[in-house]
Every structure is written in C-alpha cells, then in structure tokens.
Write a protein that binds this ligand. Structure first.
Ligand code: F1P
Length: 348
C-alpha cells in the first residue's frame, strides 16, 4: 500500500514535540499586565488557539483569555485589540486573515506574537516577536504534526503566563511526558486502521462528542475527517447532544459516533454512564484514558495518558489523525492533497 506524506508526518510527531518541549518560552514579565490574552488562528490553527485559551482559562483565576477564528476577530472582535496580548498561529505564516488580523492589532496598540513553522513568512515580519517551530512544515495539506507542535507551544505559553509556580512545575513535568506518550500511541497505528476499516467505511455522517479539552480534540478530529474523506461531521459538547441533535439517532445505521472522554469527570461518572446508555444504539467509538468506560463499546481505545486534563489534547488527537488517514486511503482518496484545499488561504 502506497504511503502518503500524512502518515509520515504523523509519525514525526514525537520528534517535533521533543524539540518543542526543549523550546524556552521567555515571556517578559510585563506580558502578564495585559488586560486580555487573545489566541487567534484559522482551521487547525484555530483549534490550536482554542487549546491555548483553554489552558489559561482552566488554570488561571482570571477570565482574560479567549480564542477566535481570525475572520471572526476581524469582522466582529477587532475592538478587543487595545491592551491585548495577541498570539497569532499559522503553520504557513501566510494565511491572509492572519496577516490582516496582525495589522489590525498593531494599528490599535495591541502586542502581536506570531507562532509559525515558516521562518521567512509574512507573519514573522508583521509580529512584534515570534516562535518558530523547526521541521513543522508538512507536504500534506491537512495539518498533523504541526497541529500538535503549535498546540504545545501555545499551551507552554499559556502556562508561563500563570502566576501559580507550583502548578507550572507540575504541568511542565506533564509536558515532558507528551513526546513518549505520542510515540506509544503511534505504535498502535494498526489498531486505528482496523477501527477505520471495520466501523467507518460505510457511514455518511460522523458525530463527535467531547468535553473540556476533549471537545477541542473532537473539533480538530472532525476537521481531519472532513478534509481527507469528504464526510459530513457534527461536533457537540457531550451533553449538548441531548438538547436537540440527539434526534439524529433516526439515522443511526448511517452514523459513526465518537465519544472522547478524559477520566477527570469523576464527580459526574453516573451522569456519563447514563448518557452512554442513552446513546448506546449509536454504538460509539470511545477514545478515553478511563478503563471503566471500555465496558460500553467493542471499539474503545485507551489513551495511555495519565497527565493533566488540559494537556490531554495532543495524546487524544493522534488517534483521530491516524483513523482519518486510513479511512481516506480505504475510500481511494489522496489524504495529502484534498480536493479544493490549498496549503493555506492566500486571499481575504
Ligand atoms: C490554516 C488552514 C489549515 C487547513 C488547510 C488550509 O493554515 O486552514 O488549517 O488544514 O491547510 O489552511 P495555516 O494558517 O495554519 O497555515
């Protein structure tokens, strides 16, 4: 079977993450004085931005971090630029909405920090400072290792902006474990190929259910399937599925459902068990690090992650990237060059 770049890029994730773990995040002390922290990106880089904002919000006592797609920031929220520290993420560093957003922020007196894989990109030229991710460039259009690397940089930045030194130390220990865990998950590659072939091949709608960090995982996972297999994907915070979208169950034979859960929801374990029984007829694929949930599905993947919930995003997204890759090739598509997609969107 021909191997496309996408699976090779996924397999390079542990190596690139090792470099990111070693990247010093020298945030100047005065950065903590900004009233707001904005994380902005497009596509997969928007989901990395959500991960950055989520990390800060979950670990800080201040509600001052938020993520936007660059186009929404430009059309609706550019008034937030003043007194804001703005992290603009872009694998290519050339996405037009990102460059436009950078100019707006600077015009209004905000501070622009770029995160990109492309050292000679326009984003580095319009930023006040920037972080470069070495070897982040991918021949495959759908982001894989670059998503994980940009996400980890943003999470490291968010953690460095916290004031709680104890929390920072413990999270930095967790961060150092991620590359090894990524390697272990990638070694299970054939397990994900089986799930794709056995469960996904003849479905016409994918439904993804997550919560907290794993909700961000499902957003990026759904995008991977859309980009590489051209299948409709719906994503919901887990219990939101009960407020209307559960009507989709009428199509249960054509639906593949993913339930992505970190074990932290201990105090709501009973509610979660009842919910899983409520959607049992959808035969969910369960991606979790809670072994007690494996009784609910023949398709359960136990993610070997025992670290914090906020840092579970990268370990939990790799199974999605691999499943999307194998589904795409089993459907006869080219996962590297999806129809109608460009490496980046150069107009706005
Ligand atoms: C952003 C992006 C990708 C998407 C596709 C089009 O690129 O939307 O997330 O997969 O490649 O471009 P970038 O700003 O991160 O380079």
């Amino acid at each position: 079977m021909m191997e496309y770049w996408m699976i090779r890029s996924i397999r390079e994730t542990p190596k690139i993450l090792k470099d990111v773990v070693k990247t010093p995040i020298d945030i100047p002390e005065d950065f903590k004085r900004y009233k707001r922290i904005l994380f902005i990106g497009c596509g997969s880089s928007y989901y990395s931005s959500l991960a950055g904002a989520y990390t800060f919000l979950r670990l800080s006592s201040e509600i001052k971090a938020v993520a936007f797609p660059a186009s929404e920031f430009i059309l609706t929220y550019s008034n937030l630029s003043k007194d804001s520290l703005v992290f603009l993420s872009s694998r290519s560093g050339e996405t037009k909405e990102i460059i436009t957003a950078a100019k707006i922020v600077k015009q209004q007196g905000g501070k622009v920090i770029g995160i990109t894989c492309n050292e000679s990109s326009t984003l580095t030229k319009v930023s006040d400072a920037f972080y470069i991710i070495r070897d982040g460039e991918e021949p495959n259009i759908p982001a894989t290792k670059s998503f994980s690397a940009i996400t980890l940089i943003l999470q490291k930045i968010a953690i460095s902006l916290l004031n709680d030194t104890e929390a920072i130390e413990s999270l930095e220990k967790d961060i150092s474990k991620i590359p090894k865990v990524a390697k272990k998950i990638i070694e299970d590659e054939k397990e994900f190929m089986k799930i794709s072939d056995r469960t996904l091949a003849n479905k016409s709608l994918f439904v993804h259910l997550g919560s907290g960090a794993t909700y961000i995982v499902t957003l990026e996972g759904a995008l991977k399937f859309r980009e590489t297999s051209y299948i409709a994907n719906e994503v919901f915070p887990m219990f939101e599925f009960r407020h209307g979208p559960i009507a989709l169950k009428v199509h249960k034979d054509k639906i593949a459902t993913f339930l992505v859960l970190h074990k932290t929801c201990k105090e709501y374990e009973e509610n979660i068990r009842r919910f899983i029984l409520e959607i049992n007829d959808l035969k969910p694929i369960i991606i979790t690090n809670n072994p007690e949930l494996s009784e609910f599905s023949d398709n359960t993947y136990l993610v070997p992650w025992s670290g914090s919930e906020v840092l579970s995003i990268i370990p939990f997204v790799i199974p999605y990237q691999i499943m999307a890759y194998y589904l795409s090739i089993s459907l006869g598509h080219d996962p590297d060059n999806p129809s109608g997609l460009a490496k980046y969107v150069s107009n706005f």
